[in-house]
Design a protein around this ligand. Sequence first.
Ligand code: F6P
Length: 544
Amino acid sequence: MKDGAKRALEALAEHERALAGTTLRDLFAADPQRFSRFSVSLGDLTLDYSKNGVTAETMLLLARLAEAAGLAERRAAMFSGEAINNTEGRAVLHVALRAPRDADIRVDGENVMPAVHAVLDRMRDFAEAVRSGAIRSATGEPFSDVVNIGIGGSDLGPAMATAALTPYRDGGPRVHFVSNVDGAHIADTLADLEAGRTLFLIASKTFTTSETMTNAGTARAWLAAQLGEAAVADHFAAISTNLAAVSAFGIDPGRVFGFWDWVGGRYSVWSAIGLPLAIAIGFDKFAEFLGGAHAMDQHFLTAPLDRNIPALMGLLGIWHRNVKGMATHAVLPYDQRLARFPAHLQQLDMESNGKRVTRDGSPIDYETGPVVWGEPGTNGQHAFYQLLHQGTDIVPCDFLVAAEPQEALGDHHAKLVANCLAQSEALAFGKTEAEARAELRAVGLPDAEIDRLAPHKSFPGNRPSNTLLYRRLDPATLGALIALYEHKVFVQGVVWDVNSFDQWGVELGKALAGRLLPIVRDDAPADALDSSTAGLVARFRALR
Ligand code: F6P
């Protein structure tokens, strides 16, 4: 971390000590305008961050931290195509993928926009032809089912977005996602499908990822066994930067959708990796999804820090992680169709900022990325919220909720929204022991019983949360929400001075799996293993 940023963080720590004992109850009581002071809107999207234990001075000190960390310069470097992914020597330009056709964004002096839109145009043609049935299977049928085979960024973004935008499918084919190398995943998916109506998309930036190549091979064998090897060309398309490997797999070059090394896997849903989503909802809606993200990019690029939603969320996260010492962060969509949003954010956030050295390789002596987790409300309320309300760890939460439901079903939505608002209220303001005692007294309990129960029935409150409220989970809103979190993660990576765009930490496990595979298959002796791994291999062999 830069020296100036370290000093700014120290100033925040000192400020936090001065604030000690000030509760959210105090802050709300002292300022009836707290919501308007600590909320910001972009179109139909509002961030309410008033239920965080911050004051105007906190926000000022956080803005100073962002300035000292060089946020404006780093952001400009990203948007202008500098090779900010310094361990791989790559630009980071997911923002170009959702920029308009006439934008001018350069990598090594070359405007990438013509190439970006050439691929988008091909995606449009292909997606619409699959949806309309103009592209048919080897048996002459329209495709009723599309199976995307990919993992990580080649799965999570499109899988999450396709589920989120289910109401926009509008007669398009069903789209399935297979990622896990566990054969159960592809077996269960294929069990319900007809080969003559199934199209496979093999999505892999590198086209070498073991899980994806294994599942792709199984899909190909399944198809060829039923329709013959010649049918493969009609039933497979690929999304990759590795055109040579795709062609070696036997996929028709006319069915390959490319992207570029400046698109990170976890930032790739906006590229050809979004093809399954475009097929699911149609290209016009996919374009609206890109448009929502672009609007967020412009906001992130131009809004002042105190009105900049991604910057505010990033800096509040720094406050919780580095000043208040909170190790995890919960994402709680009150929107069932965002069920996979926390999983997408886990890769986005934890693969980006789960780092222990700075960009120049120096060891880090402060906290970096938190553990990100979450589940949709209200299900979470009946599972882990007990800990959120009364546990010994404090977990900052993001609540997400739409004003309008996609379907008018009685009072479901009113109940959903009431629950969402109730949870952030309960976390913020809790229930004092005196209030708990008064309630117990009011129902006529004897004093001894009140003494016994009051500690269990009181809530400390003062637990921080953000609420993101939007009109409706439509393609543009979803695009804006994903881009918002991408930029939030960027802001934090800048403050922590890490490279948010590499992921070397996933390599060691991959390499060891490669070494263990022949041992597990009995093709190699189990020597030179540690005693735990050797013991497990022996037990595995005995059990199977
Ligand atoms: O998990 C590591 C990773 O490299 C991710 O960053 C990436 O999204 C995923 O594997 C899949 O990679 P590919 O698209 O190359 O198959």
